[in-house]
Structures are given as structure tokens and as C-alpha cells.
Write a protein that binds this ligand. Structure first.
Ligand SMILES: [Zn+2]
Length: 315
């Protein structure tokens, strides 16, 4: 039902990509767009990519990351900078500190802090203060909490943030663990404000939070240290899901081409396409029933599911 993230663009990405993905997974009804470029964000203030995203004709929710404010440290008063232009393009679908209700599918998406780059200090403090009136972690946590309050009772709530919360481990392969430190055991690079907002909401029993989705911390670890844990199921059954598979688009390798040859009538000459990663979450009756990392081959206008790694399945 919910597709986590889409692919590297702009070349390969347009509204028909999403439509074709929808044709492959007929039940997909919401796209959560986290990281499309090589950097794990949309690009370094790449307006063209953000415009393509805004034009995708799909129910969707978006959160901008640190690379999307790579050059802009404060809003320009004399002319619109690229951060302002990106925000304008996305409109209400950029969910930072707000809630997007989708009554047709009974889902609400609440956004965390935009432009996050993880850790204990606020990234792009001047932007946050000017646009959202947020000056510190505490205010940020309260803004996220406030946005979640009032979620319709029969809606499935998804928290969407650029980076995950603290408290999910400090090992280098943990879901938000630092993988670039040479000494020690990495460290927890999660967002403390997101963790605080989640615990405030849980403490007061204000809303239930079945799913927290984020990116930023790449699956492939630095220095050839293997791969990151991409899913954590909390003691209270909240699912924390990292969708930062980078790069998200790969050339089809020989193995993929062979499997396509077996499963589809495409001739080898036609196979010059790409494999693209999607993190897919299936919901049924208000519960997550399956989470999978899926690789879809796209060859011209045809799509084939070539690999699927199940990360979670409810019995
Ligand atoms: Zn990032």
C-alpha cells in the first residue's frame, strides 16, 4: 500500500515512473519521498528534481533533507533562493512540522524537522527559525508533537523525517549509528527532537505511532564495513524504517538480465535498462503486515520485479 522511496532522477524520474510502479504493485496508494539522488536527499538544491517530484500524480508526502539546503544558510529577502523555490513547489505535500491527512486511504503523515543532518545540533538554524519559528531541539520536538495531535482516530499515522530518532543503537551498523568514525563503536547519530516528540506522544497516550520512516543514513556503510540495519521493531511495536538505499538506481547487471530473459519476452537487445530500489510497506486493517526492499527493473516502458528482500512480515 505504501511505497517508501523512489529513485535517482531527474533523467529517469517522471510521473510515469510512479504510474508504472503503481501498475506493478496495484495496491500502492501513497509515496513517501525521502531520497532520490546520489546524496540520499533530492540533490544539492536541485530544483528540477523537486519539480519532477511535485508533478508526480500520486498521493505523496515529502520531507527535505540537509542536501536540499546545501548552499542556502538563511532565507534571502531580496530574491527567492532555491530553498524557498523548492518549498513553494512542494506546497502542502512538504510535511515538515505539519500533518497531511489522506481520508480516502485513512492515513495521516506527520513530518519531522526538515534539513536535518543528524546528531545533537540543529542544521540550518536560521532557516528553521525564519520559516518555522524553531530555535532549539526542545521547540522542534514540541512542534512535531503538536502536528501529530488531532490525527483522526481511525487513521494510520506515519511519522516522516529526514533522519531517524536517537535511542535505536550506537553501533556503526545500527539504524542511525555513525559509520564514519574511526575510533570506538560509532555513536548514535539520530535526531533527539524526533525521539523526544515520539516519547511525549507515547507518554501521554496521545496518538499511537505504528510507523516512523526516514532516510539520510545510507544502507551501505563507510569504509567497506558492510550494511546497516534498516528496520527496528520497538518493544511497543512501533516500526522504525530507514529507506536510504543509495545509489537507488543501478545498471542492470548480467544476473538481472538473465532473470529478465527468463521471465519476460524481452530480447537481450532491448535490455539496457536500470534496476531501481523501492522500500515497500504493506498495510492491512491499520497494521503493517509486510515491509520489503524491492528492486524493479525498468527497461524502456516495462517494469519487472527482480528482487525482493522481506524485512518484516506479520504472521
Ligand atoms: Zn541527508
Amino acid at each position: 500500500m505504501i511505497a517508501g522511496t523512489l529513485n535517482k532522477i531527474p533523467k529517469h524520474f517522471n510521473s510515469s515512473s510512479a504510474a508504472r510502479f503503481g501498475a506493478l504493485y496495484r495496491q500502492v496508494s501513497l509515496l513517501l519521498l525521502l531520497n532520490l539522488s546520489h546524496y540520499g536527499d533530492f540533490g544539492e538544491e536541485n530544483l528540477e528534481v523537486v519539480r519532477s517530484v511535485a508533478n508526480v500524480e500520486f498521493a505523496k508526502a515529502v520531507i527535505l533533507g540537509n542536501h536540499d539546503s546545501w548552499f542556502t544558510k538563511k532565507f534571502s529577502e531580496s530574491e527567492k533562493d532555491k530553498v524557498q523555490l523548492q518549498l513553494e513547489c512542494l506546497g502542502k505535500e512538504h510535511v515538515a512540522y505539519q500533518r497531511l491527512d489522506l481520508p480516502l486511504i485513512k492515513v495521516s503523515v506527520v513530518g519531522g524537522r526538515p534539513f536535518s543532518c543528524g546528531g545533537t545540533s540543529l542544521f540550518r538554524k536560521k532557516l528553521l527559525s525564519a520559516r518555522y519559528g524553531v530555535k532549539d531541539m526542545d521547540e522542534s520536538a514540541k512542534r512535531i508533537q503538536k502536528a501529530a495531535l488531532g490525527t483522526p482516530e481511525n487513521h494510520f499515522l506515519i511519522l516522516l523525517a529526514h533522519n531517524g530518532p536517537t535511542g535505536l543503537g550506537s553501533g556503526l551498523n545500527d539504524i542511525c549509528g555513525k559509520d564514519w568514525e574511526f575510533k570506538g563503536d560509532g555513536g548514535d547519530h539520530g535526531d533527539p527532537d524526533l525521539a523526544c516528540a515520539i516519547s511525549l506522544l507515547k507518554e501521554n497516550n496521545e496518538v499511537s505511532i505504528p510507523l516512523v520512516v526516514f532516510g539520510h543514513m545510507h544502507k551501505e556503510l563507510a569504509h567497506g564495513n558492510g550494511f546497516r540495519k534498516m528496520i527496528v521493531v520497538g518493544a511497543d511495536n512501533t516500526i522504525y524504517l530507514n529507506g536510504a538505499i543509495v545509489p537507488r538506481v543501478k545498471s542492470l547487471d548480467d544476473g538481472n538480465k538473465r532473470s529478465l530473459d527468463n521471465e519476460s519476452p524481452l530480447s537481450s537487445l532491448e535490455i539496457k535498462g536500470t534496476a531501481r530500489a523501492f522500500t515497500l510497506v504493506e498495510l492491512s486493517e491499520g497494521r503493517v503486515t509486510k515491509v520489503a526492499e524491492s528492486w524493479v527493473a525498468v527497461v524502456e516502458d516495462r517494469t519487472t520485479l527482480i528482487e525482493e528482500y522481506v524485512l518484516f512480515e506479520r504472521n
